[in-house]
Design a protein around this ligand. Sequence first.
Ligand code: UD1
Length: 425
Amino acid sequence: MDSIEIQGGRPLVGEIAVSGAKNAALPLMAACLLTDEALRLERVPRLADIATLSSLLKGLGVQIGEEAGEKGQRTLLLDAKEITSTQASYDLVRKMRASVLVLGPLLARCGHAEVSLPGGCAIGTRPVDLHLRGLEALGAEIELEEGYIKARAPKGLKGGEYVFPKVSVGATENILMAAALAEGTTRLVGAACEPEIVDLAHCLAAMGAKIEGIGHSELTITGVPRLTGATHRVVSDRIEAGTFLMAAGITGGDLTLCGAEPEHLSTVIELLRQAGMRIEETNAGLRARPANGRLHGADAMTEPFPGFPTDLQAQFMALMTTAEGASMITETIFENRFMHVPELMRMGAHITVHGGSALVRGQKTLKGAPVMATDLRASVSLVLAGLAAEGKTLVNRVYHLDRGYERVEEKLAACGASIRRVAGE
Ligand code: UD1
């Protein structure tokens, strides 16, 4: 298994191009199942999770082609003219929970689908009950058998109303895609409003779907009998951009993130300013650096969009470990998302966890150490800590990083980081 080796203590200075968002690209790829015409997606990041979903889609009969896009970006052509299987196996769903996003589209297009239940993961139990209840509201018959979700809609899906008891990004996406082809009107109340959902809704609209309320928590979808192909450019990755904003802060550097969307990061930007960073909108995107000297503690609580994203919680905690004073970081989305805490403490951080909150007492320096990541965002938080720490940090289990950060060591090295990948046995 590969590791990442970092010699810390160098300020990062320069420009970084933000990639297309993984969390937008995944549902967009699943949306190809809704039409027998080709869907062309531009700026799809080269990531392990994208490769996993590509394998799954190929297994369902989707033909996938690749083209070089502008500035080294990648365009995927997904053609689901013929769906040859409606089963997503445990092997693939287990690797990546977002595989469950094929459920709604397969059911809507083919009238049946079998998708393995994803099971728990490192950051929590993560059930898919809301995905299932929402599809049932559209008339699906769902049974759980032998670890599989077996869904049927023999006479097709029918528009219905579903009120989400809790905000769920994935469930909103699954039900939205299914509703696009259901007969009649669907009303979704309490839907997630993340920019990745807005991106999906725009792509569906380009494919001929009729959706009102895009960007709001109440969506009205008037089903159409068929959708067509379309060309769509994946929204830029706000989590990657947010991670690099914090890289500028923790190293005392000066980074410009080209292609970052400020309005997708407003809560994050506000919080980082509160912590003493100077963040400016430029023609290219966002420029970030410490306003003057050391940052100071600031409190964060994760919430659905437009709140502070859970996917930046670990990175923000890394940033706060070297700030002056204390900060309280509260996680409200996932029940077990503090696995980075003991690893950061191995690097000398002072953190105390009480239930869903972590109290971070900032101090001047961290010390490099061998550390291990248990999930994607935790692993990048350790990279951030390593960039700031004195001496050498070795981040193990780097495959987590490859799931969500495109060429991360290349991007950081180009801005002055001493970082390299060490091939494992
Ligand atoms: C997506 C993101 C992930 C991010 C998360 C929250 C993708 C591919 N992944 O994950 O990076 O951290 O949003 O912003 O886009 N829940 C239920 N029942 C369900 C579904 C969810 O109880 O049927 C719970 C979850 O356990 C969690 C909360 O709802 O506590 C939010 O989860 P959700 O928004 O669904 O996250 P994902 O879509 O899995």
